[in-house]
Structures are given as structure tokens and as C-alpha cells.
Write a protein of this length. Structure first.
Length: 753
């Protein structure tokens, strides 16, 4: 147990489970023991939230610490019972007429257990089926009462508890995390005035303009109905058939083909409310508003080859990342910013703010930061919380209101409706994770699975028998913004909705060269999976309207000639006000440029050089990285000076795509054995190909040479070399190289050729 072991994510707030061996905890000298003072200094736990986050949360600020206690179950040191609380004597054998005789129908214990099991599953969400969630809080920077009476923005420093669920859209509940897809970013604010759900995505626009088309879109992207393929992928005929016939989807396609669709982590992506909403103040005055979440860690993505390989190595890559970060006290954080504008301003824009296929460039309406959100607690139970949470766009509170975006209108209906079949009835708001902290009182009664025991004989209003209660709140209650409407009843769209390409072009032109190359490569890949040539052709003709350069590159990649541009719906589109917006590049948000929570692999084998390893280990864990010793197998290895080192990972169970950086340590014997292992070649090649930082120490350099990496010529690109005696000096350079996230100039396939 005095072996050098990798730093496991660790949260002193949680008891070790029975059967966990102390050996998995870092020994003294390497990192710190759970009870040592150093740990409290460097780790932030739920109880100790103040270390990182300023003032302590107000009581009840974490919903699970108050109301959820009522339903929390802890079986430690308790006997097993039936659902009726009857102690169970034997959980191994059913009740039989004789040891070899038939099992008896009378066995209510067996029948209860099996019956409950038979009904364990509920329908998955029709979209966004796969997701991961966490608890936390939102904290207002300052009062926003000038614009809104919404409770979370009432005063500086006010904390509102939140539950946040991130998701992929197309894949089923058990699909992989790293599919090319939009990510859901749904936030439930448990405010003093009821629940507010801001149900957004990690992209600021959407595929369609009108809710009428949503079932078509989803049917097109989901696995094709005859054979149920492909899972969690848009690279198939029905998707591209639909979108190529729907030019309004082009802008969103640019985002979907960009690296935004393969984030490195949920912690490293933006969130957007997408639609235009209204903020309404105490005086009833309204402004329009768009919501933006910005990750403190910056926006970072995977590369496609890496995403594909991760989906095999760890389909739970994003779920694990979020879970481990929070368990280890590295609480992810986002800043909430709003774009506030008036209706008069909106009229002057070349696009319509009610059109969800358009964003408002920051050059037109700048972002105002209004608060921050910290996720500091993992759910206790995946099903009870993450699966049963019901986000609904209809859940708004006084101070927030809708706009007339026709996509939003459909959503206001859809979310409540879908929960009724998914969660089995109209009382889903009573499931603990969904119930507001604000008191609920009304005359709604009964229904499947009713929990509330409403007292009295009055369930109607007006009444005199209950003194008129519950009474209407009047001006203290929710009042819809009294927008004047005087129009004909029609099925149609406003003129500006017909312009489909200007913002797709704006997005493309605002990307860096490497991002553009990745977009072209993504179109090439997706369309190469399309079997019907006419669909490829049609999509290319639409891309010509976005960018001749992009369309030509994709065409070359598909071995096609460039078709004519698709005719546009609008002959003379209004000239766009903004033609380049640097904020649309992932590079615009580098974030905190440290290496906290970055996963670093150290290849090891017997005979590794210990002192240099220890020194690097200390420098990197001090900087917040998570170190993993990866061997040809797991278990203990012995250094050249006889110290024990415990590999918690093997190259077989954890290929290199799971790590942000790689260290090839010194030690002749270790290097010789590693060199003889095929896995080593793949491990190093993938790290190199995906542009990740690599440090080779002493004899470790031979491994680079072995796989054909000329370290001297690529020195500037995140490949570092050092002698064992010099590792202390190189550590800070290596930290910078890891913090850069990726060295894209090494991208083995940056272009379309
Ligand atoms: Fe959703 N969407 N959506 N959506 N959506 C659902 O609700 C729907 C749209 C989003 O973590 C469903 O509870 C319609 C835009 C997220 O639980 C369903 C339309 C945006 C989540 C539904 C849209 C979203 C959902 C499925 C077009 C970004 C996951 C299960 C009119 C602003 C929430 C459920 C979670 C989930 C309907 C378009 C985001 C069927 C009809 C635009 C993040 O109600």
C-alpha cells in the first residue's frame, strides 16, 4: 500500500463504500490522505462549498438537502423488507412444495419482487433520451430588477438552486456520448416563485422555424424505421434527404458539422436558450432577451477520429467526466449572460428575432453577464433524478415571458404533454426532483399516483366554505405580457423567414482555418454515408449558397463536380448587418487556461525511472491534473530503484483517446518492454494524431522514434523532450502544452484530401 498510485478523483464528503480497499487512495507523499489538512485545502466538497464559491449557500439552496431528504433511503445497517415493510427472512430461495417440488403461487415475496422488476422501465424521452445531470445553484451578480421581476435576479448574490441535465438528441438511452449531435442544456431553477425551466441547447439556433416540422425532423434523423439503423447518427439518407429539402436548416447544419457537435466535455460547452424570450419588470415593461451560458473552462472539442474511437473505449465518456469532476470537488461553472434588446431594435435587423434559425450577432447586441451557475452535487440516484426530471418550456415564472416564436409555441405544448405518457400521468410535478420549493396549492385533484393529501371538502373556486382560498394572487401572480395583436388568422411565415443562407455564411466565415477544415470534413463524412446520389447532389447545391469554397471542398472529397446553386426562396435578401463574428469560433472562449481535471496518461512497465516520475507526478497533480499510470496490464510494477507503482489502467482497458496528454517516462528496461507491445504504438500514434501534448523523458524518447515521430521537427507543437534530471524545468512548459488542449497543426487529416 505504499506504492505510487494514480490520483483518483476523491471527495471527502462521501464515505468509502464497503469493499473499497484503501489501496485505491493516494498514499502519503504522493497526494494526500482523506483526513489530512492538505486535502481540505485543495479539494472542494459539497459541505465545504465556500472554499471555491464565496458565501455559503442559504439553507435549502440545494433542493436535495431539504425537501428531498423526505424521500431519501439509506439501507445501511437495516434489514431487507418487502414493499410493505415486512422483514424478509430468505432472499435466495422461492417458496416450494418440497425442495424439488413446484414453486407456490402463494409466494408473495417472490411475486412482489418479480412484478416490480417487470415494470422497472419507463419509456425513454422521444428525443434527448440519453443524458446526465447534476445539482447546483445559480448566483446573481447583481439585481436585474430594471428589466425583470424574476426571482433569481432579485438581488446581488442571491442563490437559486438548480438541477441541470445535459443530453444528446438522436441516440437512444443506451447510446454513446460522443456522437456527432446537438447537446441539450436544460436548467431547472427552483425559485421562490415556482420552477423556471430554461430548456436550451449547446447551439444557439435550430433546424426548423415552425413546430409543425418537428416530428418530421425527428423522424428523419432517428434510426430509419425499416431496419432501425443507424443509432445516434445523422449520417444517413433520411436525415440528409429532409434537410436538403429544408433550406432553413442550413445554418444549423453548419453548427452540427462544426466541432461544437463533438464537445470534449459537458463542462466545456456553451448553452443557449435559442428562442427570443421576454423579460418583464415590476411595472409590466418588457424587453426581448436571449440567454447564453458560457463555461468557465472554455469551449473545447474532440476531433472526429477521436470521438469515433472514444465511443468504443468509453460510451459514457461525458457522463463519467461530469460525474468524476463533481465527485472530486472540481465543480463546473458557467456564466449566464443575456442579450437585451427592444422590439424597435429588432425591427431594424435583417432577420426576424422570432426565427429560431437565426442568432443575434454579439456585434449587434452585446452580452450582459448576469450571474453564474455552479454544479456541486451529483444525483444520489440516476433514475429518480436524472431520468424522472421533467423539463418543460411552459415552466416560466413572473418576470419571464415568451415571444411569438412559432417553434417555441409548439414546445410550450409538447413538454408537458410528453411527460404525461413518459412519467405516467398528470402528477409528474409531484415526483420529488420535479416538485417546486415554492408551496403548491390549487384545486387540481386526483389522477394516477397522486401524492398530495389535500385537506377539506373544497376543490373549487369561487367558494365560501374555504373562505375563498386558495385565492387569486392578482398583481403578485404571473401576468402574461399584454402584447397587442390584430392580425388575420393565417398559416404562413413573415417575409424575413425566407432568407436561409446569410447566417450560415456568417458562421462559416467566422471560423478559423482548422475549424473550416473540420466542417468540410464533417460534411464529406456524413454525405459519404448517404447512398442516394441525388441527395448528396442536392445538399451540395445548397452549400454553394453558403460558400463556394466549402461546397467545392466537399464536392472534391466526394469525387463529385460542383452543381449549380440551389434556387433561393428570396430573390433579393436584405443585406446582413454583420458578416463576420469572431465570437462564433470555438477559439473565442479559451476559458481558464489551466490543466485542472485534465487526464494525463503515463505509460509504465517494470524498470521505469522513479525519481523523475515522482517529480512530474507532483508538479502535475499540484496543477490539478488527474494522473493515470497505464501499463500493459493493471496492477503493481517495480521501478529500476525498486519502488512499487500501481497501474490503475491498462492500454487494453483504457486506450489513449481517453487521455488529454501522454508521458513516456525514462527507464531502459521499461522502454524495451513497452516497445515490444503493439498497444504502445497505437497509444502513441493516436495521441500524436489527435494533436495532444506528449512529453518523452530520457529513454522514453526511443518510443517516439519507434513510431516514426520526429520530435525535433515538431518540438513547437506540444511534443516535449527532457532528460530525467531536467523534468522539473520542463514541467511548466508541459503544463502549458496540455493547457493548450490540442496542437491542431499536427492534425493528420486537416484538409479534405
Ligand atoms: Fe425539445 N423536446 N423540442 N428542443 N428538448 C424534448 O421533452 C420539442 C427544441 C430540448 O434533459 C422532449 O421531456 C419540440 C429546441 C432539450 O429532459 C419533447 C420542439 C430546443 C430536451 C421535446 C423542440 C430543445 C428536449 C422530449 C420544436 C433548444 C431535453 C422529452 C417545436 C432550445 C430535456 C421531453 C431533458 C426534450 C419537444 C425543439 C431542447 C418531445 C416539439 C429548439 C434540452 O417534449
Amino acid at each position: 500500500s505504499d506504492a505510487l498510485v494514480a490520483a483518483m478523483p476523491y471527495n471527502s464528503n462521501k464515505k468509502l463504500e464497503h469493499g473499497h480497499d484503501n489501496a485505491v487512495l493516494p498514499p502519503d507523499g504522493i497526494t494526500v490522505k482523506p483526513d489530512s489538512a492538505a486535502l481540505t485545502a485543495s479539494t472542494h466538497t459539497e459541505q465545504d462549498g465556500t472554499t471555491k464559491t464565496g458565501a455559503a449557500a442559504r439553507p435549502g439552496s440545494n433542493p436535495a438537502n431539504g425537501p428531498l431528504d423526505r424521500v431519501r433511503v439509506d439501507a445501511s445497517e437495516q434489514p431487507l423488507t418487502t414493499n410493505q415493510g415486512v422483514p424478509v427472512a430468505d432472499n435466495q430461495n422461492s417458496l416450494k412444495a418440497g425442495l424439488r417440488g413446484p414453486t407456490l403461487l402463494e409466494d408473495f415475496i417472490l411475486r412482489e419482487k418479480i412484478t416490480h422488476f417487470d415494470h422497472e422501465r419507463i419509456p425513454e424521452r422521444v428525443v434527448h433520451a440519453r443524458g446526465s445531470a447534476a445539482h447546483g445553484y445559480f448566483e446573481a451578480y447583481k439585481a436585474l430588477t430594471r428589466y425583470t421581476r424574476a426571482a433569481p435576479f432579485a438581488e446581488k448574490g442571491k442563490r437559486t438552486p438548480v438541477f441541470v441535465r445535459f443530453s444528446t438528441v438522436a441516440g437512444e438511452r443506451g447510446s454513446k456520448d460522443t456522437a456527432r449531435d446537438v447537446r441539450g442544456f436544460a436548467v431547472k431553477f427552483y425559485t421562490d416563485e415556482g420552477n423556471w425551466d430554461l430548456v436550451g441547447n449547446n447551439m444557439p439556433v435550430f433546424f426548423i422555424q415552425d413546430a409543425m416540422k418537428f416530428p418530421d425532423l425527428v423522424h428523419a434523423v432517428k434510426p430509419e424505421p425499416h431496419h432501425g439503423m443507424p443509432q445516434a447518427a445523422s449520417a444517413h439518407d433520411t436525415f440528409w434527404d429532409f434537410v436538403s429539402l429544408m433550406p432553413e436548416s442550413t445554418h444549423m447544419l453548419m453548427w452540427l458539422m462544426s466541432d461544437r457537435a463533438i464537445p470534449r466535455s459537458y463542462r466545456m460547452m456553451q448553452g443557449f436558450g435559442v428562442h427570443t424570450f421576454r423579460l418583464v419588470n415590476q411595472q409590466g415593461e418588457a424587453v426581448f432577451c436571449k440567454f447564453h451560458w458560457k463555461p468557465l473552462l472554455g469551449t473545447h472539442s474532440l476531433v472526429w477520429d477521436e470521438a469515433v474511437k472514444i465511443s468504443g473505449a468509453d460510451p459514457d465518456f461525458h457522463r463519467r467526466d461530469l460525474w468524476e469532476a463533481i465527485e472530486s470537488g472540481e465543480f463546473p461553472e458557467w456564466e449566464l449572460a443575456v442579450q437585451i434588446f427592444t422590439e424597435e431594435q429588432a425591427e431594424g435587423f435583417s432577420f426576424d428575432v422570432l426565427d429560431s434559425t437565426k442568432l443575434i450577432p454579439e456585434e449587434l447586441v452585446p452580452l450582459t453577464p448576469v450571474g453564474r451557475m455552479v454544479l456541486n452535487r451529483n444525483p444520489d440516484n440516476f433514475f429518480a433524478e436524472t431520468e424522472q426530471v421533467a423539463f418543460c418550456t411552459a415552466h416560466i415564472i413572473p418576470g419571464i415571458d415568451f415571444s411569438n416564436d412559432p417553434l417555441l409555441a409548439g414546445r410550450i405544448h409538447s413538454y408537458v404533454d410528453t411527460q404525461i405518457s413518459r412519467l405516467g400521468g398528470p402528477n409528474f410535478h409531484e415526483i420529488p426532483i420535479n416538485s417546486p420549493l415554492a408551496q403548491v396549492q390549487n384545486n387540481q385533484r386526483d389522477g394516477m399516483h397522486r401524492q398530495a393529501i389535500n385537506r377539506g371538502r373544497v376543490a373549487y373556486e369561487p367558494n365560501s366554505l374555504a373562505g375563498g382560498c386558495p385565492f387569486q394572487a392578482g398583481s403578485a401572480g404571473f401576468i402574461s405580457f399584454p402584447e397587442a395583436v390584430r392580425e388575420d388568422k393565417v398559416r404562413g411565415k413573415p417575409e424575413k423567414f425566407a432568407e436561409h443562407y446569410a447566417q450560415a455564411t456568417l458562421f462559416y466565415n467566422s471560423q478559423t482555418a482548422i475549424e473550416k477544415a473540420h466542417i468540410a470534413a464533417a460534411f464529406r463524412f456524413e454525405l459519404s454515408k448517404v447512398e442516394v446520389p441525388a441527395i448528396r447532389q442536392r445538399m451540395l447545391s445548397s452549400l454553394v449558397n453558403v460558400s463556394q469554397e466549402l461546397a467545392a471542398e466537399v464536392a472534391t472529397g466526394l469525387g463529385m463536380t460542383l452543381p449549380q446553386a440551389m434556387p433561393k426562396a428570396i430573390a433579393e435578401p436584405p443585406p446582413p448587418q454583420v458578416t463576420e463574428s469572431p465570437a462564433l469560433s470555438l477559439k473565442a472562449l479559451p476559458g481558464e487556461c489551466g490543466i485542472r481535471t485534465r487526464q494525463i496518461a503515463v505509460l509504465i512497465d517494470n524498470g521505469v525511472h522513479y525519481p523523475s516520475l515522482l517529480s512530474l507526478y507532483k508538479a502535475l497533480t499540484d496543477a490539478g491534473a488527474v494522473m493515470h499510470f497505464v501499463g500493459p496490464r493493471v496492477g503493481t510494477f517495480v521501478s529500476s530503484s525498486n519502488e512499487q507503482i500501481l497501474a490503475n489502467k491498462s492500454m487494453e482497458n483504457s486506450p489513449s483517446v481517453l487521455f488529454d496528454a501522454l508521458i513516456l517516462p525514462d527507464g531502459n528496461d521499461a522502454v524495451q518492454t513497452l516497445a515490444g507491445c503493439m498497444d504502445t504504438t497505437d497509444f502513441i500514434n493516436n495521441q500524436f494524431r489527435h494533436g495532444k501534448a506528449i512529453l518523452a523523458v530520457g529513454a522514453g524518447r526511443q518510443l517516439l522514434k519507434m513510431v516514426g515521430i520526429d520530435a525535433d521537427s515538431t518540438k513547437a507543437n506540444g511534443i516535449l523532450l527532457a532528460d530525467s534530471s531536467k523534468v522539473e524545468e520542463i514541467a511548466s512548459t508541459f503544463i502549458k502544452a496540455v493547457a493548450a488542449h490540442r496542437h491542431p497543426s499536427r492534425d493528420a487529416k486537416p484538409a479534405t484530401t
